[in-house]
Design a binder for this molecule. Structure first.
Ligand SMILES: Cc1ncc(COP(=O)(O)O)c(C=O)c1O
Length: 389
C-alpha cells in the first residue's frame, strides 16, 4: 500500500483530518481482479464498501457494472451510468423497486422473499415493464470462514432453501417477472482463497442442480463478494491461486457474476489525522487525534488495532516545548467523549509529537461509509482524490 506523497500530506488543511483516495490504485485493483476471473465472468463493484462519487464513476467504466443495496445507492449508481446494476438488500422500499423497474440502465433485482417478488411484479405491471430478477437463496451449506456469514445460518437475508420451490414457482409464473438466475452471496472478508474458490465451485454445482430440478436455465449465477483484505496487513488473499482454481471451473452457458467491495476499495484509501494531544494517564500513553471512530469505525466494530504510520510535521507554532511520546506502546484515540473511541491499542511507536500526522493505510473500504459521522457534530474529514496520472 503506497502511502500518499509527502507533498499531498503537507498540503492538507490544519488541523488535519482527511480521507485520501488513490484512483490509480482503485483502477489497478479492478483490472487485476478482472484479469484473474474467467473471461466470461462479470465483475461488479459493490458500492457499499465506498460510495464516494469518484470511485463509483471510476468503477462504472472500469468494472462491468455496480452492485447497490439501497434506494440511495441505486440513485448514485444510475447517475454514474454503468452498463448494468444489481440491486440487493433485505428491506427494499416500493419507491426503490419502482426506480429499479423503470431505470434506463438494466437492473437485476436480487429478490429476498416471496413478498418482495409479489411487490416487484405488481410494480412492474403498473409501469408496463418486466422486472429482471435473481432469487437470493439461504442454503443449508455453511459459508466459508470470514465475517458476516450470510448462508447456512439464520439471517434476514435470502429465501430459506425450503421455500425455494414456492419462490421458483412464483418467479416463473408472475407475468411481470423474468427469472435470470440465483444470488448466492455468503460471506465477507474471507482471506482464504482456496476455501473461497471451493465455495464458488459448490455454489455453481448447487445452481446447476437447482436449474435441472426445475427444468430451467440460468443466464447468471451471482456469487456475491467476500474476497478478504487483512486490515492489519499480516495476511493476503492469494489471488493467483483463486484465479487458477476459478479458471478450471466450467460454467457452460451461465455467466458468473461477482459483486466485490472490500478487495477493490480497501487499499486505495488512507485516513490521515493530526495528533491534537499526547498524554500519560494511569500508566498508559495516548495520542489523541482530530478524528476517530465517527469517521473510521471498523477497528472499534471489529475489535482490532488498525496500524498507523507517523508522518512527522516540523512546524511548531507555540512558545512552549512540544509534547511528545518516545519508544512506548500507545493507544490512538479520537475526539469523541467516549472511551470506545479507539483506533489502535498498545501500538509500538518510536516518536510521536503533538502536530504530527498519523496515517492509517488500507481504509478505503467500509471506513467512512459505515461510520456514525455526526455524533458530537465534529466537522467531517476532507476528501482528497488522487487522480490517475
Ligand atoms: C449482497 C452483498 N454483495 C456484496 C457484498 C460485498 O462484499 P465484500 O465487500 O466483502 O466484497 C456484500 C457485503 O456484505 C453484500 O452483502
Amino acid at each position: 500500500m503506497k502511502p500518499p506523497p509527502h507533498a499531498v500530506l503537507d498540503a492538507l488543511p490544519r488541523p488535519v483530518c482527511a480521507y485520501i483516495y488513490n484512483l490509480a490504485t482503485f483502477r489497478d485493483r479492478i483490472k487485476q481482479l478482472k484479469a484473474a476471473l474467467p473471461d466470461t465472468a462479470q465483475l461488479l463493484y459493490a458500492i457499499k464498501a465506498n460510495s464516494h462519487p469518484a470511485l463509483v464513476t471510476e468503477a462504472a467504466t472500469t468494472a462491468d457494472g455496480l452492485e447497490v443495496a439501497s434506494g440511495g445507492e441505486l440513485d448514485t449508481a444510475i447517475a454514474a451510468a454503468p452498463d448494468r446494476i444489481v440491486f440487493s438488500g433485505p428491506a427494499k422500499t416500493d419507491a426503490a423497486l419502482a426506480t429499479a423497474v423503470t431505470s434506463h440502465i438494466p437492473v437485476v433485482v436480487n429478490v429476498e422473499s416471496t413478498h418482495e417478488l409479489q411487490r416487484l411484479n405488481h410494480l412492474a405491471r403498473q409501469h408496463h415493464r418486466t422486472a429482471h430478477i435473481a432469487l437470493r437463496v439461504n442454503r443449508r451449506a455453511a459459508a466459508p470462514t470470514g465475517t458476516h456469514q450470510m448462508t447456512g445460518t439464520p439471517t434476514p437475508f435470502g429465501i430459506d432453501i425450503d421455500q425455494l420451490p414456492e419462490a421458483v414457482n412464483l418467479a416463473t409464473n408472475l407475468p411481470g417477472i423474468h427469472l435470470t438466475g440465483l444470488h448466492l452471496h455468503a460471506v465477507s472478508n474471507n482471506l482464504d482463497a482456496t476455501s473461497h474458490a471451493q465455495f464458488i465451485a459448490k455454489s455453481l454445482r448447487f445452481a446447476t442442480d437447482t436449474a435441472q430440478r426445475y427444468g430451467l436455465r440460468w443466464e447468471t449465477v451471482n456469487l456475491g463478494g467476500g474476497l478478504g483484505v487483512d486490515p492489519q496487513a499480516r495476511d493476503v488473499f492469494d489471488l493467483p491461486d483463486f484465479s487458477r482454481r476459478l479458471k478450471r471451473l466450467s460454467t457452460t452457458d451461465t455467466t458468473m457474476v461477482f459483486e466485490i467491495g472490500r478487495w477493490l476499495a480497501a487499499t486505495c484509501g488512507h485516513y490521515v489525522t493530526e495528533v491534537i494531544d499526547v498524554k500519560r494517564n494511569h500508566g498508559r500513553d495516548f495520542a489523541v487525534v482530530r478524528g476517530g471512530t465517527h469517521h473510521f469505525r471498523l477497528p472499534a466494530a471489529w475489535g482490532y488495532s488498525h496500524p498507523a504510520g507517523v508522518h512527522p510535521v516540523g512546524a511548531w507554532p507555540y512558545p512552549w516545548p512540544r509534547p511528545e511520546i518516545r519508544d512506548e506502546l500507545i493507544d490512538v484515540t479520537g475526539e469523541l467523549c467516549t472511551p470506545r473511541d479507539v483506533l489502535a491499542r498498545a501500538v509500538p511507536i518510536k516518536r510521536v509529537r503533538v502536530g504530527d500526522l498519523l496515517v492509517f493505510a488500507g481504509t478505503g473500504a467500509y471506513g467512512w461509509d459505515i461510520s456514525h459521522h455526526d455524533f458530537l457534530s465534529h466537522p467531517h474529514p476532507d476528501f482528497v482524490i488522487l487522480p490517475p496520472k
